[in-house]
Design a protein around this ligand. Structure first.
Ligand SMILES: [Fe+2]
Ligand SMILES: [Fe+2]
Length: 392
């Protein structure tokens, strides 16, 4: 009997995890006949949903949240505060009115990615080597600003601009980033005057707090010259025309996948635009190397996540909904409704990895599959022989 009165044979898997480090657990199980005898019981315990947290809520209606609203635009966040399931990816739905400016700022802990859904946005960004870049982003374009690089945005079109920002850290907060007006307001006026060469009277009139999003005028010339006329141009483009790349087509839809290979400055994320015809099925699969953060642009879909230990969870998604699938969790997407479904997924890895159920099974001998599924060999012959991607 152990000290708490239970027999050793009643040790649970949780007890084992508590008694051995994860690294040492395998060796401990192999070494001890007593522990080996526990395997069937561990399996039973593993099947008990009471021993595992339920799958976290993986849906967030970002567009239904109020967010930040100002004269020149708005921003709605999905950080770890609003959407706790997503620890490593955060998002912001931002709108700028014509001329509206997202002021000069940087993000200390995350790189910034974005997809333009509507409108025309100018972005400026400076690299640590002092190279400046200006780009014009239109519908279907993505941008990527590496962690810490100073940048600013302006809607230079005649209509509202709407873009979805993605960050490679769920703890990031778009409202807590480092803005130029906030910094200057928090600094000694004498230092600001000395550093920027502005008179004390001008410094006294600078904004007293962060402006975040503010009205501006669409410049007459785009792009205007920089303040400095001797800057090197950045040779590593921040812009990728995702909407213009050739898609991978399947019977039920298409995908456009952009990794660091196609978009080299993008060293931490992979973007996948997906289009599902009515009735299509994005086949059962998982991603070994990354979480998947989804934003639904149009149409509807039903997503089912498999979280092991007898756990699964299904949610329905529509325009403006954000979904999250944890790294390694099995999942599939069923298109629903008469309108095609368009959504994008952001992965927190610069390379794209996926294992589909069809390809996995196809890479096994028929006898093994027949025994594993307890089905006749004739049935095994019906299984797909390659990845299906998006089924009709
Ligand atoms: Fe930013
Ligand atoms: Fe996926």
């Amino acid at each position: 009997m152990s000290s708490n009165g239970r027999k050793k044979s009643e040790l649970t898997r949780r007890d084992l995890l508590g008694k051995a480090s994860l690294a040492g657990l395998g060796a401990a199980v192999l070494a001890s006949p007593e522990l080996r005898a526990q395997e069937p019981q561990q399996y039973q315990v593993g099947k008990d949903p009471g021993k595992h947290e339920p799958i976290a809520d993986f849906k967030f209606d970002i567009e239904a949240s109020r967010g930040w609203i100002g004269e020149a635009g708005s921003a709605k966040e999905a950080t770890i505060v609003e959407f706790p399931a997503s620890q490593h990816i955060a998002g912001v739905s931002m709108r700028l009115k014509p001329g509206g400016i997202r002021e000069l700022h940087w993000h200390a802990i995350a790189a910034e990615w974005a997809l333009v859904l509507n409108g025309t946005v100018m972005g400026t960004v400076i690299s640590p080597s002092g190279q400046a870049a200006t780009d014009i982003f239109e519908e279907g374009d993505i941008w990527y600003f590496p962690k810490g690089h100073g940048h600013a945005l302006q809607n230079i079109g005649k209509s509202d601009a709407h873009f979805i920002l993605g960050f490679d850290d769920g703890h990031f907060s778009e409202f807590g980033t480092f803005s130029i007006t906030d910094w200057v307001a928090q600094s000694s006026p004498a230092v600001v005057s000395r550093n920027l060469g502005l008179s004390p009277a001008v410094v006294a009139g600078l904004p007293k707090k962060e402006l975040y999003i503010l009205p501006g005028k669409v410049p007459a010339t785009i792009p205007e010259p920089y303040l400095a006329d001797d800057l090197e141009t950045n040779q590593n483009p921040h812009k990728f025309r995702l909407g213009k790349m050739a898609p991978l087509t399947f019977p039920g839809g298409w995908e456009r996948i952009v990794t660091a290979k196609e978009f080299p400055i993008n060293q931490t994320l992979t973007s996948v635009m997906q289009y599902l015809e009515p009735g299509a099925l994005r086949e059962m699969h998982w991603h070994p190397n990354a979480d998947e953060w989804q934003y639904y642009i149009s149409g509807h879909a039903r997503v089912t996540v498999f979280g092991a230990h007898g756990r699964s969870r299904t949610e329905e998604f529509g325009p403006g909904h954000v979904g999250f699938i944890q790294q390694g969790f099995g999942h599939y997407v069923e298109q629903i409704g008469s309108e095609p479904t368009k959504f994008f997924a952001l992965f927190n890895s610069p390379t794209f990895e996926e294992i589909s159920i069809s390809k996995w099974l196809a890479g096994n001998p028929a006898s093994l599959i027949a025994d594993n599924f307890e089905i006749p060999r004739e049935e095994v012959k019906r299984l797909p022989k390659k990845a299906l991607g998006i089924l009709k």
